[in-house]
Design a binder for this molecule. Structure first.
Ligand code: ADE
Length: 418
């Protein structure tokens, strides 16, 4: 078996970590047990490009239990948990190509290894496998039954391929499932982003001015968690509806040019490029902390920050201090890469449980659908989404009411008026 990881000697630590996460992934575990019995993925080659974490490991183990022949590579050079990668190789015989801190060349060599596997199904977090297939190895598309996509950013890239008529195979937008983005993007990103900022900087949240750039699901979650920890939260937006929602949720809303002068901590969660730019860095307070929790490391214009600086040094693990020409210092966390996965451990397992249940069931859906699917971006089937919510509630011991017959009838009728 070929693989490329940091150190196979880390496997035992990784095993414990995978087991710990698994204990909070009840829905994924149920799927694992059914997969093990029914083998719905027998003989299916799956190439996954996901963050190599203990939660992802539980997904890969479930896919393998279902009969899939899996390969895992990293979807970000800084997010790999090397001990987890090692345990997947040693204890679960799943090939992994991922090393925390790998450079650009190695990252793409690993993506290449995932494609050498000649997958029937690809699983992406950011659409790197799909975009590599489309740009460099289109012949692989012939045998690909479909792909799944984990993130908002990836789905945007895929919809753009679809709109241009270039999409070579069907894709399921896992991100858009309600049991994914309502929870993972909101509560997962909310908590893990703050976790990353705090592990990196150890600042006191109470009373500091926390600027959240972007009020999508991730921004909503982050702004709420920051407020919950006592920060004064400012939201910046370009979308009028989202800005209005942020204002009515009780946050201060203003242009970033204005917030730049006020903030102590800035976090981007927009999915866009160069959100925090030269003119913003120039006006920040001495000691400002800047981080990104969007998928790609392009939300902060780091080259502009470098140009403005006369000195750059490591201030502590995961923090680079840029000294501007007038002596003010700006602290960049995790080189502008996903702060929650670079400086912390990503979203907690309990929320990844639902995201990865969607991944596993979407892979099964692709395989079961055979050739019926077209070259389109599909939603996760509603029945899957609802079932995951039911199972998650059940695993938490939460029971809910049922509609009475009268209520069902009422909802289905139009005759009853004032
Ligand atoms: N994305 C965000 N958090 C994650 C985690 N813990 N594992 C895999 N992907 C993630």
């Amino acid at each position: 078996m070929k693989y490329d990881i940091k150190d196979i000697g880390l496997a035992n630590e990784g095993k414990l970590r995978i087991e710990w996460a698994g204990k909070q992934m009840h829905v994924t575990q149920l799927i694992h047990d059914r997969f093990q019995k029914d083998k719905p993925l027998k003989g299916v080659r799956i190439s996954a490009c996901l963050h190599v974490t203990s939660e992802t490991a539980n997904l890969m183990i479930a896919l393998k239990a279902g009969g899939a022949d899996c390969v895992l590579v990293a979807s970000n050079p800084l997010s790999t948990q090397d001990d987890v990668a090692s345990s997947l190789v040693k204890h679960h015989k799943i090939p992994v190509f991922a090393i925390r801190g790998e450079n650009h060349k190695t990252y793409y060599r690993h993506i290449g290894a995932a494609l050498d596997h000649e997958p029937h199904v690809t699983m992406d977090d950011g659409a790197d496998l799909v975009s590599e297939i489309h740009s460099k190895r289109p012949h692989l598309a012939e045998q690909i039954k479909g792909s799944t996509e984990e993130t908002t950013t990836g789905v945007i890239r895929l919809r753009s391929l679809e709109a241009k008529g270039l999409l070579l195979f069907p894709v399921v937008a896992v991100n858009d499932a309600q049991t994914k983005h309502f929870f993972d993007n909101r509560y997962g990103t909310g908590q893990s982003t703050i976790d990353g900022v705090l592990r990196a900087t150890n600042v006191l949240m109470s009373g500091l001015i926390f600027v959240v750039c972007g009020y999508g699901w991730c921004g909503r979650g982050l702004a709420n968690k920051a407020r919950g920890m006592g920060a004064r939260v400012i939201v910046t937006e370009t979308d009028a509806l989202k800005a209005l929602e942020a204002a009515m949720d009780g946050f201060e809303v203003m242009p970033l040019a204005q917030a730049a002068r006020l903030g102590d901590v800035f976090v981007t969660v927009t999915g866009n490029i160069h959100v925090v730019r030269r003119e913003h860095f120039q006006n920040m307070k001495n000691g400002a902390i800047v981080a990104n929790s969007g998928h790609f490391n392009v939300e902060l214009d780091i080259p502009a920050l470098k140009k403005l600086s006369k000195q750059v040094r490591a201030a502590r693990t995961h923090v680079t201090e840029y000294t501007l020409k007038d002596g003010r210092k700006i602290n960049l966390v995790a080189d502008g890469r996903l702060v929650n996965l670079s400086a912390a451990e990503g979203h907690p397992a309990a929320v990844m449980d639902m995201s990865f249940a969607n991944q596993a069931l979407s892979a099964e859906f692709i395989v079961q659908s055979g050739h019926q699917l077209e070259r389109r971006v599909y939603a996760v089937p509603k029945a899957i989404d609802e079932n995951i919510a039911v199972l998650k509630l059940h695993s938490k011991g939460i029971r809910i009411d049922r509609l009475t017959k009268e209520q069902s009838h009422y909802l289905a009728s139009w005759e009853m008026g004032t």
